[in-house]
Design a protein around this ligand. Structure first.
Ligand code: SF4
Length: 100
C-alpha cells in the first residue's frame, strides 16, 4: 500500500467514525434524552445508546478518549463526561474521540 493510500484509509476511517458519532448523537436527541432545559442538558447517554463495550476497539479505549474521567488508579473504573455509569479504562463506545 502506498503512503497516500494509507493516509486515505486513515482519513476514511476517521470520517466514518465521526459519522457514526453524529448518528448516535442524533439518535439520542431524537429519543428526547438531550432536552434543551438546563437541568436536562447535563444528561448522559445510556451505555446501550452509546453501544458501550467493556473491551477496547483495537487501540481505541476509554483511557485515551477525551471524554474519560479516570478512577482512583489507572486500572480502576472511571466515568465518562457523556456516557452514564461506571466506565472501564479498557472500554469503548461509538462516541470515542482520541486524545490529541
Ligand atoms: S465517550 Fe465512550 S469511549 Fe470515550 S470515555 Fe466515554 S464511554 Fe469511553
Amino acid at each position: 500500500m502506498k503512503k497516500n493510500d494509507a493516509e486515505f484509509d486513515v482519513n476514511r476511517r476517521k470520517l466514518l467514525k465521526s459519522g457514526a458519532t453524529v448518528a448516535v448523537i442524533g439518535a439520542v436527541a431524537a429519543t428526547g434524552l438531550l432536552k434543551s432545559s438546563p437541568a436536562r442538558a447535563q444528561s448522559k447517554a445510556s451505555k446501550a445508546v452509546a453501544m458501550y463495550q467493556s473491551t477496547p476497539h483495537g487501540k481505541d479505549q476509554c483511557d485515551n478518549c477525551i471524554h474519560f474521567i479516570p478512577g482512583k488508579t489507572p486500572k480502576s473504573q472511571g466515568s465518562c463526561k457523556i456516557v452514564e455509569g461506571d466506565i472501564s479504562p479498557n472500554g469503548w463506545c461509538v462516541m470515542y474521540a482520541r486524545k490529541a
